[in-house]
Write a protein that binds this ligand. Structure first.
Ligand code: BEZ
Ligand code: FE
Length: 288
């Protein structure tokens, strides 16, 4: 097409694609570009605004590296990561939720009943549940990769004062499907605001807070992997998670357990005399 216009540019773009291009790529790319063109026309995008957008994306790329995934964070704060999760979630199982940029692979094995609290101060949290299928049958040999922030609201990869794998552990379920560990009560925290996403929050009048949560990746042979998080029902940010991760079935309640009631079978058994918190949360995997 020689005379490209505002009205035909999307069709011209589509016409430039090769005949043998992957049909899914054609569908995704065609839709993306037609929405992009429609957006620019709808808002009458100016040169200055286009330049600002390009510069923002460049800064997002500049700050990114192997450890800092600013584009993932951008996707998270735009709601895209959560939308993709919801589009692909199986309704019968536990809902999935954002992975976030702070998961690190290679977490050390954590015995059932093991402890992640270590030397850190803060309320003891005992967390346990069953990994099961949608018929309620326990799943043996499931791996549960667990991670959370330290009481200062930082993940180990953000905090030079923590060991690489502090507040990270990998449990493998036995025949009863049970996972169980102790930790510190998670805290709410702000996602990183020292880069372009901080500018985005500022410009949009938005806060950077996430409600407190525990992260899980659950895998088992013959089942779809589950990436999720659980949130306490009394968290002040439950209704305003800046990355849109909260789902009804991921909200749990802490039970306040009295002093002197800490059970046997945990690494901390015999060492916790004070009151502590307990949460029971089952993780349901879908076959596939
Ligand atoms: C997280 O929960 O670790 C997280 C998720 C999205 C963005 C930033 C952090
Ligand atoms: Fe998190």
């Amino acid at each position: 097409m020689r005379n490209v216009t505002k009205d035909n540019i999307t069709d011209v773009f589509m016409g430039y694609m090769g005949d043998d291009v992957n049909p899914r790529l054609r569908e995704v790319m065609g839709s993306l570009v037609s929405h992009l063109h429609a957006f620019a026309k709808e808002v009458n995008l100016t040169h200055a605004e286009w330049e600002q957008g390009i510069a923002f994306l460049e800064r997002t790329g500049d700050i990114s590296d192997k450890e800092r995934h600013e584009f993932v964070l951008l996707s998270d704060v735009l709601g895209l990561s959560s939308l993709v999760d919801m589009i692909n979630t199986q309704s019968e199982g536990t809902s999935s939720s954002v992975l976030g940029p702070f998961h690190i692979s290679g977490a050390p094995p954590l015995d059932i009943g093991g402890d992640m609290k270590g030397r850190f101060e803060g309320p003891v949290l005992l967390s346990e549940g069953i990994v099961k299928d949608t018929d309620g049958e326990p799943i043996e040999g499931a791996t549960v990769d667990i991670w959370q922030t330290a009481p200062n609201g930082l993940y180990s990869s953000q905090d030079p004062d923590q060991d690489t794998y502090s507040f990270h552990g990998l449990q493998t379920t036995g025949p009863d499907g049970r996972y169980a560990f102790t930790s510190v009560k998670p805290v709410e925290y702000e996602v990183p605001t020292d880069g372009p996403i901080g500018e985005f929050f500022e410009a949009c009048g938005r806060h950077a807070w996430r409600p407190s949560h525990l992260h899980f990746i659950v895998k088992a042979d013959g089942f779809k992997s589950l990436v999720t998080e659980v949130f306490p029902d009394d968290d002040p940010y439950l209704d305003k998670d800046t990355v849109f991760g909260v789902r009804d079935d991921l909200v749990m309640s802490y039970q306040q357990m009295p002093a002197g009631s800490f059970p046997d079978g945990f690494a901390l058994s015999g060492q916790v005399d004070e009151a502590y918190l307990r949460v029971d949360f089952d993780l349901v995997l879908v076959k596939g």
